[in-house]
Design a protein around this ligand. Structure first.
Ligand code: 5AD
Ligand code: SF4
Length: 470
């Protein structure tokens, strides 16, 4: 094996499963199964991690609940990408103190990206004394051992050491849905965009073995999953550490060759590494959904350079041109940051003009948030808040109009949609997705959930399409 990144030995994983059995035996003596609540913040990677946490908790004999109230174990899986997300977590974790006063045996755990930040761990240690267990993404695989330590010691446990990270296979998973599934194909990021905390908290890029991934997808398809998203911080770096010459488009093609009716999606793609080979595979494989999330972050080359994105405005536009040549009806979504340190309003105009030129189907817009320990947090940032907000609002308005126009173009068309769930709205009781992932509200038999159906699009808003079953 030529792999250059570490894998956790199977004996170590086995030991975790033994700890699960030990806790399960303890729990089975209690009157009634103890309950656990897992709350997830942030991205799909965190959702996928929470499915592993639920898998381990289930193996330990806990029953899942959907409220923290009276739960025996609470796990808060956190996100560190922006200040706002962190404040929300800290507010909610602070409020858990009341429940714990009512039920002193309750165990409160905090994990995810915030736990891996030294200053946050310190704050939790000092000021959030009702939190019993804190562990970062690197320690996820030993959650059973850590929880056991909390029980045995009746003291607090912090496992937040920094690491480049490793691959852990063979942990139990408990998935949240029956139609859509996440499959992590790699972890970590090597890009060090200057604003981003992810490389510091999630370690270096490392890939799962292709055979293990393909087998997992095969299993999901056999179980009836129809919409499978391959996850990675930058999926286009997949395989670089495996030393086999296998690249992400190769993996995608192998996965798309699995028999059965299902769609494959993936996120996220760094534009610098999104290749024509990838676009060709997308165009060639029917099971790969015609959609790509390609964050551009800024439309100005100087700002892109300050962000360490390693492409220019022109190179980004060129990628989009090639992509649309290969897949003319591709759905294109993106992320953008407004108010990066030193960005002038004139430079921001380039971001506006880029979105008008590209016309994304949807855009995730973020106001820059300084992250401690990243280079951008040390850069001079003279622009007043009000000016940043005004720019941000202009961007949102411009994109909303584009999204609406893009949606209007669907009216009258027939789309092969996957019904992926029920909604609260009795007028349109079902939610579905177009192949490109746009949300469609429609009315129909709930038994259609999990099925592909033809839908005529009859109306739309900025956020969604409205359809009728054919
Ligand atoms: N401030 C604002 N937005 C950020 N993102 C990442 N870091 C920051 C930050 N410090 C955005 C980027 C990324 C998305 C997941 O979050 O646009 O693509
Ligand atoms: Fe952050 Fe850049 Fe890595 Fe994305 S590619 S996780 S924005 S450092």
């Amino acid at each position: 094996m030529n792999r250059t990144t570490p894998v956790i030995p199977q004996e170590d994983i086995q030991r975790q499963r033994e700890y699960c059995a030990e806790i399960r035996a303890y729990n089975s003596q209690l009157a009634g199964a103890p309950t656990a609540y897992v709350d997830t913040y942030g991205c799909q990677q965190n959702e996928a991690d929470s499915e592993l946490i639920r898998g381990m908790l289930t193996e330990m004999g806990y029953e899942m609940t959907d409220t923290d109230k009276d739960a025996d174990v609470i796990v808060i899986n956190t996100c560190a990408i922006r200040e706002h997300a962190e404040q929300r977590v800290l507010g909610n974790v602070g409020a858990l103190v009341h429940g714990k006063r009512r039920k002193p045996s309750q165990i409160i755990c905090l994990c995810g990206c915030m736990a891996q930040e030294a200053h946050v761990a310190e704050k939790l240690r000092k000021s959030y004394r009702h939190v019993d267990l804190v562990f970062g993404p690197h320690a996820l695989w030993k959650f059973p051992e850590l929880l056991r330590r909390v029980y045995l010691r009746r003291g607090r446990v912090f496992e937040t050491e920094n690491s480049d990270g490793a691959i852990a296979e063979g942990l139990p998973v408990r998935r949240s849905g029956k139609v859509k599934a996440w499959v992590s194909i790699m972890y970590g990021c090597n890009n060090f965009c200057t604003y981003c905390i992810v490389p510091y908290v999630r370690g270096r890029e490392r890939s799962r073995e292709p055979e293990v991934i393909v087998e997992e997808i095969r299993q999901l398809v056999a179980e009836g999953y129809k919409d499978i998203t391959l996850l990675g911080q930058n999926v286009n770096s997949y395989g670089k550490d495996l030393g086999e010459g296998l690249e992400f488009p190769d993996l995608l093609e192998r996965a798309a060759a699995i028999p059965g009716e299902f769609l494959l999606r993936f996120m996220t793609s760094h534009p610098k590494d999104a290749t024509e080979k990838l676009f060709d595979v997308m165009a060639r494989c029917e099971k790969v959904a015609p959609v790509i999330h390609l964050p551009f972050q800024s439309g100005n080359t100087r700002v892109l350079q300050a962000m360490n994105r390693r492409y220019t405005r022109e190179q980004y536009l060129d990628k989009v041109r090639v992509l649309r040549e290969r897949i003319p009806d591709v759905v294109l979504t993106s992320d953008v940051i407004v108010g990066f340190p030193g960005e002038t309003t004139q430079e921001f105009e380039d971001t506006l003009s880029l979105i008008e030129e590209v016309r994304f189907d949807a855009l995730f817009t973020f106001l820059y948030s300084p992250r401690k320990g990243t280079p951008a947090a040390e850069m001079p940032d003279p622009m007043p808040k009000e000016e940043k907000s005004a720019n941000f609002n202009r961007l949102v308005e411009t994109q909303n109009l584009i999204s609406l126009e893009k949606h209007q173009a669907y009216i009258g068309t027939v789309q092969r949609c996957l019904v992926d769930g029920e909604s609260e709205d009795p007028r349109n009781n079902l939610n579905a997705r177009t192949p490109g992932g746009r949300l469609v509200h429609l009315k129909g038999d709930p038994a259609l959930v999990g099925r592909f159906v033809d839908v005529k699009i009859v109306d739309c808003s900025t956020w969604a399409l409205f359809g009728e079953l054919l």
